[in-house]
Design a binder for this molecule. Structure first.
Ligand code: ADP
Ligand code: NI
Length: 225
């Protein structure tokens, strides 16, 4: 479904609103993250005949608008903030509901917790968000987030945990290297679209190589080569 001029105006206004809000964010959930997710979602939507581009683009722009990670674990903060903004822009109720659903469903909730997306637009936003969590940018974002939360880079005495509940995943405060084993290395196999899966190949290889090198340096293995 192609975008009308009115749709485009709402998208542009939403981009300006989110950009202003997130320009100075320092945990890897900044405007540039959202901009990349938006661009990737747009590219995926153009290859997906049944996707509603307005819903997909608004979902991408608003997916982290009030993330539970920064709102005391409150899962309703995001959908609520998105609804308030979209209502102020006179967006149709049916669109608002579908954007809220995307925000509610998009987040990773632990390795042992299924996170099915109920709409095709949600699948595109989730794929785009997950592509931005892996590869070189994924590595950078993970350590930015860990630093923001005051976490150690790595601690071999703390093993990674397979979280079977969202509550357990939320409470997790392990070292950042564990996050690769608890989430990032598993994202590729959970992508929905063939296009995202293709992009993930190179990013996955890079992350695996990064971890190998990191652990080799950590253990001083490369000193004895
Ligand atoms: P999601 O909604 O799937 O959590 P986000 O866009 O909110 O996706 O971003 C998640 C990113 O936040 C991860 O890719 C990672 O970079 C960072 N992150 C979240 N939890 C941790 C953690 N425990 N350690 C390091 N990075 C984390
Ligand atoms: Ni995100």
């Amino acid at each position: 479904m192609a975008l009308t001029t009115a749709d485009q105006l709402i998208i542009d206004r939403t981009a300006a609103f989110v950009r202003e809000k997130f320009l100075h964010e320092g945990s890897g959930h900044d405007w540039e993250h959202i901009r990349r997710v938006w661009q990737t979602t747009r590219a995926l939507a153009r290859q997906t005949a049944q996707a509603d581009e307005l819903v997909a683009e608004l979902g991408a722009l608003l997916h982290d608008v009030a993330d539970w990670k920064f709102h005391g674990g409150d899962e309703d903060a995001g959908p609520r903030a998105a609804r308030a903004w979209l209502t102020s822009q006179q967006v149709a109720e049916s669109v608002i509901e579908r954007v809220e659903t995307i925000i509610r469903e998009v987040s990773f909730k632990g390795l042992g917790v299924a996170t099915p997306m109920s709409t095709v637009e949600g699948e595109l936003v989730q794929d785009a968000d997950r592509l931005d969590a892996i590869g070189a940018i994924g590595v950078a974002r993970a350590f930015a987030y860990g630093g923001h939360k005051g976490r150690p880079l790595h601690d071999p005495a703390v093993p990674p945990v397979q979280h079977d509940s969202f509550e357990g995943y939320k409470r997790n405060a392990g070292p950042t290297v564990n996050h690769f084993y608890e989430k990032l290395l598993h994202l590729r196999e959970r992508l929905h679209t063939p296009a995202a899966r293709r992009v993930a190949e190179g990013r996955q290889q890079f992350m695996e190589q990064f971890l190998e090198q990191f652990l080799s340096e950590w253990e001083g293995r490369d000193l004895s080569n």
